[in-house]
Every structure is written in C-alpha cells, then in structure tokens.
Design a protein. Structure first.
Lengths: 186, 157
C-alpha cells in the first residue's frame, strides 16, 4: 500500500482515503499541507516556539491514531485538525498547571529572549507583543483573528472551524479588528 | 444584505487587496468613501497584525524533517503500540487520559467490552461466592442469570 503515487496535486480526499488505509506517506503529505496552519494557531496560544513545534507534531500524531474514525461528510478535515489542536492545548495547559509551570507572559518572554540572538530575539518580541495584545480580546475575537491572519484561513474555512457561516465570520472579523484597533497605539 | 454584512464583505475585499501588497489603506478608503469610518480602524489593525505575522513562521526545514520523523513513527506504529501496551500494563498508576491520547477513544469501548466479558465468564463463578448465594448458582448458568440470582439473594437477606 505504501507504493501509491502521491503528488502535490493529489486531492485531500484521496490523501485521506489512502491515510485511512494505512499509507503513512499520504498522511505525511497531509502534514506538509497543514502543519504551518496548525503551528501558527498553536504558537499564537503559547509563548514557547519549541513547545509549539512539539505540539504541532502531537496534533498530527493524534490525528493519525484516530484517522480511521474520521468521516469526511461529518466535519471538514481542517476543522477536525483544529479540534484536536484545541484538545492538545488544553492538555498542555493542564500539564503545565499540574507541574506548577504556569508563568505569566512577562516571565516567559524574559526567559525566551535570553538565549536568542539577533533576528530571533526581534521575532520573539513581536510574538510576545502580539500575544499580549490578543490576550486582551474576547475569546471569539481572538480566535477569528488568529485563524484569518496568522493561520491564513479563508472566511469559509474559518467558518468551518468556528461553526459559523462565512458571512458571520466576516462580521465577527470586522468587530474583532475594530476592537483590536482600540487597543493599539498606532 | 444588511449594513453589517455589507461592511463585512467590503472589508474582506479590502483585506485581500492589502495582503497582495499593491494598495495602501488610504487608497482603499478612497475607493469606499461612504464607509471610511467603518473601514479605517479595522484596516489599520489588520496591517499591524500582518506585520507581526512574520514572527509566526516555522523554523527553516522544520516541516520536512518533522514529516520524515512522523512518517517513520506512523510506519512503526504497530511496534510502538506493542511497546506502549507493555508500558501501560506495567504501570498501574498511568492516567486514563494518557492512554486514551495514545490509542484514541476506541480504547474506552474496548476496555468496557473486555471487562464485561471477563466479568460475564469468570468473576461470578460459584466457587468465589460466599454462602448462601453459592447454593443458588449452578455451573453453566449465564452471567446475567447469576447477577439476577445474586441480587435477589442480597435483597431477601
């Protein structure tokens, strides 16, 4: 089953079908297509890049383990991945809380900045600033902005993930951006 | 289409153009002067957000190396599962959440079925029962019948 030819043009549906039949390379291709989107969502909810990369892998490991239960007609695959990503984040925070490892954004940004030189440090500063600002927004505002501007989803895809119509997503996006503008000193 | 829908759609069109990088916020507002007040603040916020999005790039080469690692793990899944099962069996304090995260939700149903089967066949064996319940249970009786008899004995006592 591993000898099936997979190209960048192979449709998601076909890849999923092959992955459900145990073709690990098919799921590898799915990973390549969606890893960035999921990473950005996770990293927008975390302060540590390495943890975000680990959790991104964890999302796909869990998806692989449950892929046989997935039915495309029920939930679109992207929404399915985001559901797993949310659970992975919840588990991560629970574990951090249990281990007493919960720190404020200020503490973590200080910790993260120390070993990083040059551009990475600037990227970290930008990341922390964005995190701090987004944290002041309502949950649904934050989510719509992360999905649209960081994960780069379309209004239709965002609607699938958030369980709203594309029209409702556009209205929510407008409100979220207006609320964000009120928080900015630009 | 009400006003909110309309503004939402126009804003979305403006955002697409802004992402393309060939327009400015001012030029977009000039295009829709009647919506200037509704469009300017969200467009400014969007430009700020887009500027920060670069900080959310993955480390170079991460996807390729991570993909190789994952595919290898998927291929070895059966072996890993055997190893993990031995780890679970050897660790009575392991949390169910962890086990479920490894095997998926199917493990719950599987465990329930196993426990029911064991209970059905073995746990209520007449030799294990204290009198007087033992004398009401005969070898070969079905599990459901045994449970019913035990319940009645308990109730009448």
């Amino acid at each position: 089953v591993e000898n099936i030819e997979l190209t960048h043009e192979t449709s998601d549906t076909e890849l999923l079908k092959n992955a459900q039949n145990g073709v690990s390379e098919a799921f590898g291709e799915i990973y390549s297509r969606y890893a960035r989107i999921i990473f950005r969502f996770i990293f927008a909810n975390l302060n540590n890049r390495l943890d975000a990369e680990d959790l991104t892998e964890e999302v796909f490991l869990r998806a692989w383990r449950t892929i046989s239960e997935y039915r495309e007609r029920g939930v679109p695959f992207l929404a399915y991945l985001f559901k797993i990503a949310r659970n992975v984040l919840i588990d991560y925070y629970r574990q951090e809380g249990r281990a007493g490892g919960h720190m404020s954004i200020e503490e973590k940004s200080f910790q993260n900045l120390q070993p990083d030189p040059g551009e990475t440090a600037i990227a970290n500063l930008e990341h922390q600033e964005l995190r701090k600002t987004l944290d002041k927004l309502r949950e649904d505002y934050r989510t719509v902005l992360i999905l649209r501007f960081l994960s780069g989803l379309s209004p239709e895809e965002t609607g699938q993930v958030m369980g709203r119509t594309p029209g409702a997503v556009r209205i929510l996006q407008h409100r979220a951006l207006s609320a964000l503008r009120n928080l900015l000193d630009i | 289409m009400d006003r909110y829908d309309e503004i939402g759609e126009i804003l979305d069109r403006c955002l697409d153009l802004l992402r393309g990088g060939q327009v400015t916020i001012e030029s977009l507002i000039e295009k829709y002067p009647e919506y200037q007040e509704a469009l300017k603040p969200p467009l400014e916020a969007a430009a700020w957000l887009q500027g920060k999005a670069l900080a959310f790039s993955l480390s170079p080469g991460f996807v390729a190396s991570s993909r190789r690692r994952l595919v290898e793990r998927f291929r070895n899944r059966e072996v890993n599962d055997l190893g993990y099962t031995l780890h679970v069996l050897g660790n009575p304090f392991i949390s169910f959440t962890e086990v479920r995260a490894h095997y998926g939700n199917g493990v719950l149903s599987f465990l329930v079925v196993v426990v029911l089967l064991i209970g059905y066949r073995n746990l209520i064996h007449p030799s294990l029962l204290i009198p007087p319940a033992r004398r009401y249970i005969e070898p070969g009786q079905t599990g459901a019948r045994k449970i019913l008899v035990l319940y009645l004995v308990h109730k009448t006592r």
